[in-house]
Every structure is written in C-alpha cells, then in structure tokens.
Design a protein around this ligand. Structure first.
Ligand SMILES: O=C(O)CCC(=O)C(=O)O
Ligand SMILES: [Fe+2]
Length: 225
C-alpha cells in the first residue's frame, strides 16, 4: 500500500485502491452466486429494511482470492487502525496479522465469516449503514466493484457520508470501475479540530440502480456474532 493511499485515507476517511481484481477474478466471484454451498446465509434486503437487492455471506472456507485480500489488506491497514484508535482516544489495539485479530473476534464469540457478495438489479439500492457485528470491529473495510458501470449497469453509485457533531452531513460519491476497490472508515474517523481531533461518523450505501445488474464483493475484516 502506498504512502499516497494512506495520505488520502487520513485526509478523506476513504481511498480508492485502483484495480484489485482482474476480469477473470470478477467473473469467478460472480459465478459463485449460483453455488449455494459457497454461502452461509442469504439476505433479502427489503425484508430487513436495508434497501432492495440481495446479499450472501460466504461460508468457510472462503474463496482463496477473498482470503488473500482479507489477510493482505488487514496487515497493511493495521498500523493506520492503531494510529486512528490512538487519535480517537479509543482503547483498541489491533494485532499485526489477520489470524491474530480473528482469534480475538472468535474469543469474543464472533465466529461467523463476514465477506459477502451483493447483487442489485433495476430499482435496487443499499441504504446508508455501518457493518458492525459485535463489539470487536476493524475500523476499515474494503468493497470491490465486480461489474462495469455503463456497460453492465447504470446508476448504482457507491456513496459515503460523514457527519461531525453539530454539523450537517457531507456525501461523497466514489467513482469505481470494474475490479476497483475502495477502503473506507467502518464506523468513524478522526478529523483535525481546534481541540486536537474530533470524531466523524461514517456510513456507506449504494444509490438506486437504474438498469442492468451490479455485483460487489464486500470484505469486512471482523467476523460476526
Ligand atoms: O454494494 C456496495 O457497493 C456496498 C457493499 C456494502 O455495503 C458492503 O460490502 O459492506
Ligand atoms: Fe456495507
């Protein structure tokens, strides 16, 4: 991970990574949608008030590509996670490896894998939310777009909102091409302020898909209760 990516992550609370998955990787992940044994559960978003569309949580063992992304990005982001926690005055210490962090999730009864595949078609959307699944959480998560805007789908922009105390909400629309990733704050991030640093609350979601079919891979680093 480049210094430049870290600089953007600190400045904005999110950073695009450029291309992380090839067309073949994207197609292989999309193809798993048809294989029930790959997933531990399926969520119809409308039923829970999460939006419209469907997502499926991968079962263990995760696809190799997902495991390698989860392990390598965790290790690269852990130092920044520790720095943010210190700035925010949080009593959190992140282990150097994903295996060690996952062991802590498991000790806290968060044992279920959280990487997921999401599928949206015309009219679908994902309401602004945070992906917290217990008291142990990693402050960053990764989303990778698996479909090509304008070719495979229209609309369906990945959006992030940031809210500081006593201020109105700011929104960022994140431009992504097929195979591109975005790292963003799971829950909150430090923002420089007159008193040193303040806490900004983050949420993410997807605007309405106007047509076609949009798939994404979500890489959440903490496991779920
Ligand atoms: O489909 C998207 O771009 C959003 C996915 C998402 O909410 C997640 O992976 O946590
Ligand atoms: Fe999410």
């Amino acid at each position: 991970m480049s210094e430049e990516l870290l600089t953007r992550l600190d400045r904005d609370g999110f950073a695009t990574t450029g291309r992380l998955l090839s067309d073949e990787d994207c197609a292989a992940l999309i193809a798993t949608w048809q294989e029930p044994a790959q997933f531990r559960s399926r969520i119809t978003m409308a039923r829970h008030g999460f939006g419209q569309g469907e997502y499926r949580y991968f079962a263990n063992p995760l696809p190799d590509r997902v495991t390698s992304l989860r392990e390598s990005w965790y290790a690269q982001l852990a130092p920044a996670a520790n720095r943010w926690a210190e700035t925010l005055g949080l009593d959190q210490q992140f282990e150097a490896t994903h295996a060690a962090f996952r062991a802590r999730c498991h000790a806290n009864e968060q044992r279920r894998p959280t990487p997921l595949l999401l599928r949206y078609t015309q009219g679908d959307y994902n309401r602004l939310h945070q992906d917290l699944y217990g008291t142990v959480y990693f402050p960053f998560q990764l989303v990778i777009l698996l479909s090509q805007p304008t070719k495979d789908f229209d609309g369906g922009e990945f959006v992030l909102t940031e809210r500081l105390a006593r201020m109105q909400t700011r929104v960022d629309v994140v431009p992504l091409q097929k195979g591109d990733g975005v790292i963003f704050a799971t829950r909150e991030r430090p923002v420089p302020s007159a008193r040193g640093s303040s806490r900004a609350e983050f949420r993410h979601g997807v605007s309405r898909i106007r047509g076609g079919e949009r798939f994404t891979l979500g890489v959440v680093f903490h496991d779920a209760a």
